[in-house]
Design a protein around this ligand. Structure first.
Ligand code: ZN
Length: 215
């Protein structure tokens, strides 16, 4: 999928996602605080740009919204030092890591991978990217998620257990990072179900609002 960040266009092939990156969300899921980032992936074919309908899977249990700060990379790199990591970023936006929660619980209990619950078609809503000026402090961003105008999630990126620079550095020790890679950086507390007919909106300081109609 082609994404634009400012004047630049990128082909995105990979979407990395970080789980349990906010202590309050790990708590609401009954999960312990991780010692290192919990990583899973979604295919780029699961991305749903702002304004397109969010098609919820039917007959597979509850579908939860997870509002997340999403970053795009524009440089290739391996074994990136934390101190250098932010130089690999092209832009930021907000997105939704849609999750089949009942199915995820069953997979967790069975000790199985999460792909069926996390990586289905349409599982990654993505807002418009803003190229990030150096003064943009995305480790102190207030984020809000409303469904049908009612506040569901509110959080601040300063509460991330692993900040963005640490996430980039960690991922680069396991993969050669590439221009166009996206990283969903985890969700604050307040996740909940979506049903057809809902409208979900995301907003943060300097980002959005971005909206999707659920069908
Ligand atoms: Zn998530």
């Amino acid at each position: 999928m082609q994404l634009s960040v400012g004047m630049n266009q990128f082909d995105t092939a990979r979407v990395f996602c970080i789980g349990r990156n906010y202590a309050e969300h790990a708590k609401e899921m009954g999960a312990p605080k991780p010692a290192e980032p919990v990583v899973f992936m979604k295919p780029a074919t699961s991305l749903v740009p702002e304004g397109e309908p969010l098609v919820l899977p039917r007959g597979r249990g509850s579908v939860h919204h997870e509002m997340e700060l999403v970053i795009a990379l524009d440089r290739e790199g391996r074994d990136i030092a934390v101190a250098d990591a932010l130089r690999y970023m092209a832009g930021v936006t907000l997105g939704i890591d849609l999750t089949l929660r009942d199915l995820q619980s069953r997979l967790k209990q069975a000790g199985q991978p999460w792909e069926l619950a996390k990586s289905f078609d349409g599982s990654a809503a993505i807002g418009r990217f803003t190229s990030w000026p150096a003064e943009f402090d995305f480790q102190n961003l207030e984020m809000r998620c409303t469904v049908n105008g009612i506040l569901r999630q509110q959080g601040n990126t300063r509460d991330m257990l692993f900040p963005v620079a640490e996430i980039i550095s960690f991922l680069s020790r396991h993969w050669r990072l590439l221009p166009g890679d996206l990283i969903y950086t985890g969700t604050p507390a307040g996740v909940g179900p979506l049903v057809p007919g809902d409208t979900i909106m995301l907003e943060a300081t300097g980002l959005g609002p971005f909206g999707w109609a659920c069908v």
